[in-house]
Each structure stands twice: as C-alpha cells, then as structure tokens.
Design a protein around this ligand. Structure first.
Ligand code: NAD
Length: 366
C-alpha cells in the first residue's frame, strides 16, 4: 500500500510518527509524508526521511496515496486528488457532522472513522478516543492549575498554612480517572461523580471520594457508554452537584453520551454561586459542554469563574499524543493490511462498525 501522512491544518499532532513509518515499510508498504507534517509534534522531516518516507508537497502526497490517515478529516478539495478506491482513516464523528462523512463519499473510497471503533476488549489497542481522553484528563488538571490563583497542595510554612485545593471531576471514565489521578498527584482533595456504578471502585482506588447519587439508569447494555438519565435522577444529581460545586476550586467535566449532546451538569445558577477565582475545564465542550456557560474552543470568565471549553487538550501534548495515536492507527490498520495489500473483511466486527463509507456510499446509520 502507498500510505500518506499529511500536515494537519488545525492541530499540532501528526497521525503517523517516524517509528511507525519504519514498521509500515518493513511490513511491505511505501510511505509518502507531507513536508513539515510532524514539525509541531517535534518529529522533523529528517526523522521521516531516515525512517524511509518520501517527503512531498500536500497535493503529491494525496495523489500518490491509496491509504491516507489523519487526525481530523481531510478538506473537500483534498478528496479530489486521492486516487479511485482509496482507503481513508480519520475521526469523522458522524453522529455530530454528517457533512464531513458526505464529503468523503466519493470515487469508491472506503472510509473508516476511528471514533466508531466498538468498545470491545479486542479493540482496546486501537481506541484513539481512550488514548486522547487520557491525555486530555491529565492536561485539563494542569491547565486548571495554571489558571487557579491558588496552590494545589496543602502547605505548612512559617508564614502560615495553605489548605489543599478542592477538585471535583464529573464523569469518571478514561479522561475523568486521569484527571482524578493527576489532581491527587498535585496534592488536591479530589471527588468524582459518574452515573456508571463501575466507576465508584475505580475512583476510590485512586484515593478520591466518589460522590454517589442513587437511582442511575442501568448502562450494562450500552457497550461501555453511559445512558441518558431520568428527569428525577437528573434533579437529584443537580442538587448534589450544587452542594459540591460551590465548595470546589476546580471542576473538570468529562461526561459524554454517545451520539447525543453532552449532559448539562453545571447550570448558570451554580456558576453564579461558585467561589470567585474557581476554574472549570470542560472537556465535553465539542458536543455542547457539561457547563451551561461553556463556549467551545474559548476561555471565558463568568461571575469570576474561569470556564475553559476545550475538547482537544490532547493536541497540547502533541509529541506523546501523536505517538499513541500512531500506535492505535497501526493496530487498526493491521486488521486489514496484509503484506502491503488491503484485504478488507466487512464481517470483521471492528471494520464493520467503523466503516462509514463503502465503495463511495455512506453506510453509517444503514
Ligand atoms: P465517555 O467519554 O463516553 O464518557 C465519560 C464519562 O462520563 C463516562 O464514565 C460516563 O459514564 C460519564 N457520564 C455520562 N453521563 C453522565 C452524567 N449525567 N453524570 C455523570 N457522569 C456521566 O466514556 P469513556 O471515558 O470513553 O469510557 C467509559 C467506560 O468505557 C470506561 O470504563 C472505559 O474503561 C470503558 N472503555 C472501554 C473500551 C474498550 O473496552 N475498548 C474503550 C473505551 C472505554
């Protein structure tokens, strides 16, 4: 296969790092990389060249590649350059933006969306959502610490004592648990909420307190995802969150519902009652946000509370994020790349679930 790597226009990460270039070549493939593609993640053109990639300009990479991998979907114009029957891999989020999927439905392309990979044990090593969420959880706490006009750990000095910061994490999945662990390491007092019963043990094993709201809807058949809650539960949850939010110095929110807008957990009224100088980092901002006042991609100050809406915090750790992304891509590609050829078996559960365009036709949702 001729595999292409492009320079992401709006992101510091790169989908394939030089280490993977070397491996893919050993496995019988050719690699074409756009000049400068890894620069902002600290992978120079020289490292790509010495790994065996051919460096070209963007148009030539696209024209030469029958498999193209990117962090974000390509632009409409890019698809015109790809050869017929190309295989395209990226994260399309088809639940939220079908237009990007439709742009890729061309020239007998086969398109895989990494965010559609099922949450089964076999697919864990390919799960970009998890590896990026884990980095985002870490970076959310670091970002909050940078904005907080207070210290995180408890301090006893000759000049007096400083109490530890109080951190509240909402949604204790992959991102949330990493946020809990990072805040604990920085010395904060940490509490976390989740609707999934399984999260309690995980939160407690990290030394944090699990804030329990009884009566959550059963999520056992939702494939690892949370389900929408009843109005009665949501009301109980809001009351409990209110109690904890007004005491918190930092709130990190990560709650998501597959294919639906993120649940609103922090209302405007709660923000109004929070302590001045507190910080909210909303990782769910791209799907609407968990805080009513979040603005995606922006940092705003409301009633003295700094609210950071950022679902792409992994892009702020581009070197390691690209390394993990690459590893995920490799594990995914291995399901159909055999001795330098694509042998796509649509009976394979992982390929079937993540394929959103087949032979140029949108198949997602059919
Ligand atoms: P996610 O990003 O979909 O959601 C983040 C968290 O928000 C989840 O823990 C969810 O329960 C929680 N949440 C949703 N609504 C909420 C609400 N109203 N209030 C409070 N919390 C709410 O989930 P995720 O972090 O990607 O993963 C969740 C679980 O799935 C984890 O246990 C993870 O280990 C598992 N998982 C398994 C695989 C796999 O086996 N391949 C892959 C990814 C995740």
């Amino acid at each position: 296969m001729k595999i292409g790597i492009i320079n992401e226009k709006t992101d510091n990460r790169v989908a394939i790092v030089p280490d993977l270039v070397k491996r893919l070549i050993d496995e019988g493939n050719e690699i074409f990389a756009e000049e400068g593609c890894g620069e902002s993640a600290l992978y120079s053109d020289e490292t790509y060249l010495s790994a065996g990639a051919k460096m070209l300009d963007r148009a030539d990479v696209l024209k030469s590649s029958d498999l193209i991998c990117s962090i974000f979907p390509l632009e409409k114009e890019d698809y015109k350059l790809l050869p017929n029957e190309a295989v395209v891999i990226s994260s399309f989020q088809p639940y939220f933006s079908l237009d990007k999927t439709e742009s890729a439905a061309n020239k007998n392309f086969t398109v895989f969306s990494l965010d559609m990979i099922p949450r089964i044990t076999l697919a864990q090593a390919m799960d970009v959502l998890s590896s990026m969420a884990s980095i985002a959880g870490y970076k959310a706490v670091i970002t909050a610490a940078n904005h907080l006009p207070k210290y995180f750990p408890m301090l006893t000095t000759a000049a007096g004592s400083i109490p530890p910061a109080k951190v509240l994490v909402m949604g204790a999945g992959v991102a949330g648990l990493q946020a809990v662990a990072t805040a604990k390491r920085l010395g904060a007092v940490v509490q976390a909420f989740d609707t999934r019963a399984a999260a309690k043990e995980e939160v407690e094993s990290l030394g944090a307190k699990f804030v329990e709201v009884e009566g959550a809807a059963d999520d056992k058949s939702a494939g690892g995802y949370a389900v929408e809650q009843t109005e009665e539960y949501k009301q109980k949850q809001r009351e409990k969150i209110f109690e904890e939010a007004v005491k918190a110095d930092v709130i990190v929110t990560t709650a998501q519902l597959r294919g639906k807008p993120a649940p609103v957990l922090i209302t405007k009224e709660m923000v109004d009652q929070m302590k001045e100088g507190s910080v909210i980092v909303d990782i769910a901002s791209s799907t609407g946000g968990n805080c009513e006042l979040t603005e995606d991609g922006k940092t705003v100050v409301k009633s003295g509370v700094t609210i950071i809406g950022n679902s792409e915090l992994a892009a702020d750790v581009p070197n390691h994020a690209s390394q993990l992304f690459s590893k995920n891509i490799h594990n995914f590609a291995k399901t159909f790349l055999k001795e330098g050829k694509a042998e796509i078996d649509m009976e394979n559960e992982i390929l079937k679930s993540s394929c959103i365009v087949s032979n140029g036709e949108v198949v997602y949702g059919n």
